[in-house]
Design a binder for this molecule. Structure first.
Ligand SMILES: CC(C)(COP(=O)(O)OP(=O)(O)OC[C@H]1O[C@@H](n2cnc3c(N)ncnc32)[C@H](O)[C@@H]1OP(=O)(O)O)[C@@H](O)C(=O)NCCC(=O)NCCS
Length: 172
């Protein structure tokens, strides 16, 4: 169980919200789709997320408050020794509390424990908060995909964290 260290937005000041990390499931996939809709201009549909539940190569984890409200989630797909992070999203009122960091830490530890060569992802070039998040977790820019995104049209920055045998999965 984790506890939000700081509070923002609509969370009453001085009232830390406790949350836990748990797998995405058929019981909460509807809420995850709701997080997607609030966080992205092209959200993944509930159907697409449900398909990931049957994908043995994919792992989707949620951050939930004690009453089961999903406040954030992240998804990882593993192909051989390569890890592809699909989405990381946290509801606006719960941001800057370390939730995305907690979700990413799970994948970093998994990558280290299972000898993945790298974790990689794409992020909008203007998404400064996400880029700062990934940099904090050891990801560096390795490339650009021109005009990758729509609404608005924008380049994607490819960010990758490489692992080697000396990497213990500790957040940098
Ligand atoms: C990007 C996002 C996932 C971050 O979630 P979060 O829970 O607020 O992130 P954290 O609280 O764990 O932040 C960890 C670090 O990321 C960086 N960061 C996060 N938000 C930031 C912001 N708005 N401005 C600058 N740095 C930011 C900081 O380094 C922060 O560490 P600090 O709080 O000690 O300074 C969240 O803003 C979000 O859901 N955005 C919309 C969806 C999205 O763009 N997802 C990424 C798609 S690739």
């Amino acid at each position: 169980m984790s506890e939000l260290k700081r509070v923002t937005g609509s969370i009453p000041a001085g009232e830390p919200v406790r949350y836990r990390l748990a797998p995405m499931s058929r019981d909460n996939v509807d809420q995850v789709a709701g997080v997607e809709r609030r966080c992205f201009s092209h959200p993944w549909s509930k159907q697409l997320l449900e398909e990931e539940l049957d994908n043995l190569s994919a792992s989707f984890i949620t951050a939930q408050t004690l009453d089961g409200t999903v406040i954030g989630y992240a998804g990882l797909t593993v192909v051989l020794d390569e890890g592809y992070i699909n989405n990381v999203a946290v509801l606006p009122e719960y941001r800057r509390c370390g939730v995305a960091s907690a979700l990413l830490d799970v994948f970093v530890r998994f990558a280290s424990a299972h000898n993945l060569a790298f974790l990689t992802l794409e992020v909008r070039a203007t998404n400064e908060s996400a880029i700062a998040l990934y940099q904090k977790h050891g990801f560096g820019q390795v490339g650009v995909r021109k005009n990758y995104y729509d609404d608005p049209k924008e380049d994607a920055i490819l960010m990758t964290r490489f692992f080697d045998q000396s990497d213990q999965g500790v957040t940098v």
